[in-house]
Design a protein around this ligand. Structure first.
Ligand SMILES: [Zn+2]
Ligand SMILES: [Zn+2]
Ligand SMILES: [Zn+2]
Ligand SMILES: [Zn+2]
Length: 493
């Protein structure tokens, strides 16, 4: 593996005299390192990575990037390299990263399982790999994970015709974080690819009083996918570490008794105050059987889905003195109950066009529904959605909403919008949107322990890939997918 250039690419690094006067400086000071090259075809291979530096600016050139000595950063050369320099001693072929990404998007294959499958496929190469090479050839899940994020970033930069620049300090995971955050921020709202999608399956052109208009139909639903978040209701501040229960602002609450409504402080080694009736709720020698069983079940469920064997099981558990989960409807209940473990975000809301294209995604910290959205818009006087109707899906309304819910019956009843009907039937078929929601739910096991920035990035990347696959299918089905110019929405993106 060699750098793609033999000369320094800084404009100022030219020879000022001699026969090479005016030419870029030649690189020198070659160093060579033993690495493992993970090939798609032949498995892990021993390889050598060469780097060279410029004698004037001291920038060091590697196969995928050069290290800028002034800013201590890694500037990637642009495009996607043949093999990604994922760790100091490991290169992974780009087509392999692409395959893992597609396996995740199409079949929910986790990083752990992508790594496991690769190691199984190449057992022979692993067994015959030279022991003297001083680098372990086995692919670890953490490396497969870093490869996914680095590959996605490089592809994104290539599509936007910009270069990826990362810090040269810290470990790979910390190095990637600022770039992941920047990409997440660039995907919000209308900036998401396909946000302005329309096609024959999600749009219908209508004539009203001689004027042409169109209806665009989308389905919004909450999917139970979540990641750990601050235990304070609706707090959106990131957790300092994946094991934390509270964010930095609310960290003093770590000292509060876990019993709901108790203002006592915990004593060292406990999550409850000294009140005996509170202490029994967590007494490690006297744990209620339900408490233990629930945790065991949780552990089993996580392990069987993810298969990494060391899943974190510190889930939010409500427990009362009888070891039961206190029922919400039981208003007369005065028994103390405690809330142990970490809280999770409540759900992911997806806005899906009726053809299956995902137009938007947002993390909800408390429960949200379409009537909640409508109530909120009324309360803040927002008029943006005045030309939209927001009915609750008829099946959902029939089974999940109380008949006494007057607000919902008044504003969200699908039957009062005749435009949604054609020949006595629902005009738009929401089954494609339901399939999309079911597909999205499959990522729960993979993302449940991800940190906020990787969680958002991963889900958005999966959505991007699926949207591209569905668009190709819509073209084949002659449904004429198009992207509406942003000016039409009064936006300039
Ligand atoms: Zn130079
Ligand atoms: Zn569509
Ligand atoms: Zn907080
Ligand atoms: Zn207490």
């Amino acid at each position: 593996m060699y750098p793609p250039t033999r000369v320094c690419i800084r404009p100022g690094c030219k020879y000022i005299e001699g026969r090479r006067k005016g030419q870029q400086r030649q690189l020198s000071h070659r160093t060579s390192t033993n690495v493992v090259y993970l090939s798609r075809e032949f498995g892990p291979l021993p390889a050598t990575c060469h780097s060279m530096s410029c004698s004037k600016c001291n920038d060091r050139y590697y196969p995928d990037f050069f290290v800028d000595q002034e800013s201590h950063s890694r500037a990637y050369y642009g495009g996607i390299p043949t093999a990604l320099h994922v760790t100091t001693h490991m290169f992974i072929e780009a087509p392999l990263c692409d395959r893992w990404t597609n396996s995740s998007a199409c079949a929910w294959v986790s990083f752990t399982n992508n790594a496991r499958i690769y190691n199984l496929e190449h057992q022979e190469s692993l067994a015959t790999f030279p022991r003297s090479w001083s680098v372990e050839p086995e692919l670890l899940p953490t490396i497969a994970s870093d490869a996914f994020f680095l590959f996605a970033l490089l592809r994104n930069r290539m599509e936007r015709r910009t270069h990826l620049v990362l810090s040269n300090n810290g470990d790979q995971s910390a190095r990637l974080e600022p770039a992941l955050l920047a990409r997440n921020a660039s995907m919000v709202g209308p900036a998401r690819e396909k946000w302005n999608h329309i096609c024959d399956k999600c749009c219908s052109i209508e004539e009203h009083d001689g004027e042409l208009g169109f209806i665009r139909a989308t389905v919004m639903d909450g999917i139970t996918i979540g990641r750990p978040c601050c235990k304070v209701h609706d707090c959106q501040e990131p957790l300092p570490s994946q094991r934390s229960r509270f964010c930095a602002t609310h960290s003093s609450k770590n000292d509060d008794c876990a019993v709901v409504g108790c203002t006592g402080k915990v004593t060292a080694g406990f999550q409850t105050c000294q009140d005996p009736s509170h202490r029994t709720l967590e007494d490690p020698t006297n744990r209620s059987s339900l408490f233990v069983l629930r945790r065991r079940l949780e552990r089993l469920r996580t392990a069987s889905l993810e298969g990494d064997g060391n899943a974190v099981t510190d889930e939010l558990v409500d427990i009362d003195a009888d070891g039961e989960c206190p029922s919400k409807s039981d208003e007369g209940n005065t028994k103390p109950h405690a809330r142990f473990g970490r809280r999770r975000t409540h759900n992911e809301q997806l806005v899906v066009a009726t053809c299956g294209i995902i137009l938007g995604r947002a993390t909800m910290f408390g429960s949200e529904g379409i009537d909640g959205v409508r109530k909120h818009l009324n309360a803040v006087g927002d008029t943006y959605f005045d030309n939209c109707v927001m009915p609750v899906d008829p099946f959902h309304a029939k089974t999940k909403h109380k008949e006494t819910d007057m607000f919902c019956a008044q504003y969200c009843n699908a039957a009062q919008f005749p435009d949604l009907l054609k020949d006595g039937k629902w005009r738009f078929n929401s089954s494609a949107a339901e399939m999309t929601n079911a597909w999205f739910g499959g990522f729960q096991a993979m993302v449940r322990e991800m940190r906020e920035c990787r969680y958002d990035f991963f889900l958005d990347e999966m959505i991007l890939i699926r949207n591209r696959i569905i668009t190709a299918d819509l073209v084949k089905a002659r449904a004429h997918p198009l992207e509406v110019p942003y000016e039409f929405f009064g936006l300039s993106v």
